[in-house]
Design a protein around this ligand. Structure first.
Ligand code: SAM
Length: 204
């Protein structure tokens, strides 16, 4: 039997559900995850570093993209920390999209978290911020394609917050982004993760 990836559109494995509990900014979150979805047993340590090191929206709000949302930890935290935040939770995995819908509803932010596939994101929407623990394992070409698709959808003064493990190529991804004309700041490093802040450069 071939091992199934978490980025399969419709995981064949039965959806064994479990609760993932974590604390961000003094708030406890209890979300439902399931087999066939990325890091279903615990908040991924990279995602934890992202949510603890990058600045959460606070009252400023805005339109956000959670690129590769999984069961929705980033979407739920962004929407929960700002009543003004509207979050597009994007994934290719339909089981993940079902979970993010349910988790957002249970967290009381279901009206501001839009679970979606790429095809259903309205073409005229631009994002104040993109947050992502990107799917490195899909391969470099595919990862670059995703970033080339979504980063240009940032608002003119928007930015993206990415978490990438050093051993999974954080530094080479940073170099590639810079070659593509983006301005990239190494905002923080913790454990084996880097938090990259990506913005348009003056000529991008
Ligand atoms: C590293 S996981 C992060 C999941 C979640 N944000 C978290 O922190 O637990 C990356 C996610 O990207 C999704 N993904 C894979 N290919 C994608 C694509 N082309 N577009 C959007 N999401 C994709 C995977 O299904 C997976 O849920």
């Amino acid at each position: 039997m071939t091992a199934e990836h978490y980025f399969t559109a419709d995981p064949a494995a039965a959806a064994r559900e479990r609760e993932v509990t974590f604390m961000i900014a003094g708030q406890v979150y209890r979300l439902t995850a399931a087999s066939g979805v990325f890091s279903a047993d615990r908040l991924d340590p990279g995602t934890a570093v992202l949510l603890r090191k990058a600045p959460l929206p606070g009252p400023r709000g805005g339109v956000y993209l959670d690129l590769g949302c999984g069961y929705g930890p980033i979407s739920c935290v962004l929407a929960d920390t700002s009543e003004q935040a509207r979050v597009y939770a994007l994934d290719v995995n339909n089981r993940a999209l079902d979970l993010v819908r349910r988790n957002a509803e249970a967290a009381g932010v279901g009206d501001r978290v839009i679970a979606t596939t790429a095809a259903d994101v309205p073409p005229d929407v631009s994002f104040d911020e993109i947050w992502s623990n990107p799917p490195i394992h899909i391969g470099k070409t595919e990862l670059h394609e995703i970033l080339q698709t979504w980063l240009p959808r940032l608002a003119p003064d928007g930015c993206a917050w990415l978490v990438v493990a050093k051993h999974l190529g954080a530094d080479s991804l940073q170099s590639w982004l810079e070659q593509q004309g983006w301005q990239v700041e190494r905002h923080a490093s913790q454990k084996s993760y880097r938090i990259l802040k990506v913005e348009r450069s003056l000529n991008n």
